[in-house]
Design a protein around this ligand. Sequence first.
Ligand code: PLP
Length: 495
Amino acid sequence: MTMGSLPCNIFTPLDPDHFTEQSHRVVDFVADYYRAIENYPVRSQVEPGYLKNQLSDSAPFSPDQLEAILEDVRNHIIPGLTHWQSPNFFGYFQANASTAGFLGEMLCTGFNVVGFTWIASPAATELESIVMDWMAKMLKIPHSFTFSGGEGGGGVLLGSTCEAVVCTLAAAREKALERLGCDHIGKLVVYASDQTHATVEKASRLIGIRPSNFRPLPTSAATSFALCPEVVRKAIEDDVESGLFPLFLCATVGTTACGAVDPLEGLGQVAREYGMWFHVDAAYAGSACICEEFRSYLDGVQLADSLSMNPHKWFLSNMDCCCLWVKNPGALTSSLSMDPEFLKNKDSDTKKVVDYKDWQIALSRRFRAMKLWLVIRSHGVVNLQEHIRSDVAMAKWFESQVGMDPRFEVVVPRKFAMVCFRLKPRAGEDGSDINSRLLESINSSGRAYMTHAVVGGLYVLRFAIGTTLTEQRHVDATWKLIQEKADLIRVLEMM
Ligand code: PLP
């Protein structure tokens, strides 16, 4: 039957009874996926282009049944997934999920409101402001970053750190150019370390900073790859002498490659001295700072203009969710606001409400606060802390095993739940070849998945713990797998 011959009243895309029946089937499907997840090879084993041979090359004219669609998901999509929620996934960085995160996403997408202005959905805006203050209190960051602190600060939920950095850079650029004049954009300079996430360089390009004015300053093993304030000061002095203007300094708490922590206090002082915007990127390790024993890594954050962290990494909040706090939201809104006629309303005119459209790049926005609120309420601070601590304990155990095996070495001392290590190279080798072969043999086994980094010129394997389903037995089995593959590589070398 073609669509044209269907009676109109059959096409009811949001019928509540149909919604109940179909969504329960999808929930059951996802639950079965989690039950079976350990059986799948962690890294997908398909070849590029695999999917086009398995699916139709044009859209169906008549509707497909959910059963048939889920069958295709089972047979064609799941084999092409790298299973980030597998307990044997130790790659990249944490992107952990939870039942509460999933339920929060369901409510967010179920309501599907677009709270760009306060009146467009007052609850979405107000819940977001409340949850951002909750998070700020959990992290014990200064009142000046909160709405309730009464000093004008506040927070917003975005989709990614990249967006957070683009927004803060845009705010900093606007402020600087007001002072210097628009013609000086080519003289603005952004400082970060060679460990800073590539997103900061990308964001700098996006907001018009000359590529040659992005300074990835060197770090070394001597400071555990933290950025040294004196290195920043020297770079700034050189730039000022050349007629350039220092604009923005980004510090990281928990770098992607090796978990390095930049000294916020010292860097913040330098940024203040030169009137720069100081941003702290705690995308990954910010979650750990809700635990007393990690909180000191945020010491000095009082000197920052902005701070961001990603609950979608290590805070049991399904993608996507990035918290950004700023002390002076006016700086953001003056660079990001838009005011077309169709959005005008009397509440916005009072300037007493938050219109989050002016705190972000896009106009439309998701009701992410619903998810974060559910995550925090359903787990409680106590379980969120426990979740961090148990991952860190497993990482500590793994690090101790590496330290006890004379064939291996820990390359960067562990701070959080990620261990950077490598198979010691033989004399005359630099270690990248043997370690990349080791990594490939682990990943191609399908039994675990890890990724690599180059830190201080050394090729290292990264063992990042954080998947919600990971237990000690998985870490144990993966360490045995690594040892087994290392044995094999050494034996093959001798043949
Ligand atoms: N900053 C750090 C320290 C990260 O670890 C990451 C992701 O790994 C990012 C930024 C990028 O985050 P997003 O994907 O949210 O832009």
